[in-house]
Design a protein. Structure first.
Length: 370
């Protein structure tokens, strides 16, 4: 048995973390085990499940600039302490460089940099992140990404085309299959039986663009006065979004559902999934929504690779709120066989049962146990 050490921020219910857990649940853990280096001290939503599945969680000193030397030593010591760790798999965007370099210092022969996005937030670390991004291909032995755009953004076109590999953000399609019974029960529970329900799943942060989503929804309410917007997730920008809803006079038409463990059931009550993101890699929630048979409207900042269903479209972020609202209304008016969604996602290569078996075999080959 080999162990794969994943470097992450922490194991909350974000897109990257959910993708990792999907794979973790479906691999043969007698052959491949996952461990996690986490950089935030806050416990993650998935921590208890990880431990039940046999994984270890290692708390790092954090990726604060003052802690970089200590962080490198920590990764080096963590890898060196367990000879069963054969692979370091970094998911920290540009800052994954430090986990990769720590593993390199420990003599680890397989170091994977995994790109999940197509943009870097311009915060106080931005110049350092841009430098780290340039150094990623040299520190990693393997370059993986959720999609081609993310791979090229993080590793450069030449390195990506020479040694890049796409790892699909795969899901369990049957878990999201449309159920009229679940739809009726969920809509009744939340008093949404006679409403047109738009839905969004995502952390309240800058990339998800909740501010624009509320503006679009306010315009949509002029066309569909009984519409409701369901927002699933939490995050530091949630108070600002709630305040904006009050300012726009639409708070009574928004359900802030918070963090949900049964997201599959929430897709059932929706009529349309809306995602006007400022940037994305390849969002897991977009795959899930299509598996549930939902019509989906994404911004043009979301890679085209997410368009797996004939009922999924993009609208430019440059379009007006009125144009977005009209586009949403057109999508709702199109006939849509929701029962076909799960099969469509499976055929597109996003079935976790197939993808996990392939990833497991690759881990074993890379770790010298195939």
């Amino acid at each position: 048995m080999i162990r794969v050490l994943h470097s992450v921020s922490n194991m909350d219910r974000g897109g990257i973390e959910t993708m990792l857990m999907n794979y973790y649940r479906h691999i043969d853990r007698s052959k491949v085990q996952f461990d996690f280096i986490v950089n935030k001290k806050k416990p993650g939503d998935y921590d208890d499940e990880i431990r039940r599945l046999g994984g270890h969680i290692y708390q790092s000193p954090g990726l604060d600039p003052l802690h970089y030397p200590a962080y490198l030593r920590f990764v080096q010591q963590t890898v060196a302490a367990d000879p069963r760790i054969r692979i370091l798999h970094a998911h920290n965007e540009a800052m994954g460089l430090y986990a990769l370099k720590g593993a390199e210092k420990a003599g680890l022969q397989v170091r994977i940099a995994h790109a999940h996005n197509i943009w870097i937030v311009r915060d106080y670390k931005w110049p350092l992140k841009m430098l780290c991004k340039q150094l990623l291909p040299g520190a990693a032995t393997h370059l993986w990404a959720c999609g081609r755009d993310a791979g090229i953004y993080y590793f450069g076109k030449a390195d990506w085309e020479r040694r890049g590999q796409i790892i699909p953000n795969a899901i369990e399609p049957e878990s999201f299959r449309f159920s009229p019974a679940v739809r009726a029960e969920m809509r009744a529970r939340y008093g949404l039986e006679d409403r047109v329900v738009l839905g969004h799943v995502g952390r309240f942060d800058i990339r998800k663009n909740h501010e624009r989503l509320l503006e679009i929804f306010a315009a949509f309410l002029q066309l569909e006065p009984r519409a409701m917007l369901v927002l699933i997730g939490t995050g530091r920008l949630e108070p600002a979004v709630r305040a904006q809803a009050q300012e726009l006079g639409i708070a009574d038409h928004i359900l802030f559902a918070g963090l949900q463990s049964n997201v599959a059931d929430w897709y059932q009550l929706m009529d349309l999934f809306v995602m006007p993101s400022r940037f994305e890699g390849l969002p897991v929630v977009g795959i899930e929504a299509q598996a549930a048979g939902l019509g989906c409207v994404f911004s043009d900042a979301v890679p085209e690779e997410v368009l797996l269903s004939p009922h999924a479209i993009q609208i430019p972020l440059s379009a007006s709120n009125a144009d977005w609202a009209a586009g949403l209304q057109r999508m709702l008016q199109q006939p849509c066989d929701r029962s076909a969604g799960a099969a469509l996602i499976r055929q597109a290569g996003y079935d976790i049962n197939i993808a996990a078996a392939r990833l497991q075999q690759q881990y074993l080959q890379l770790g010298g146990k195939a």
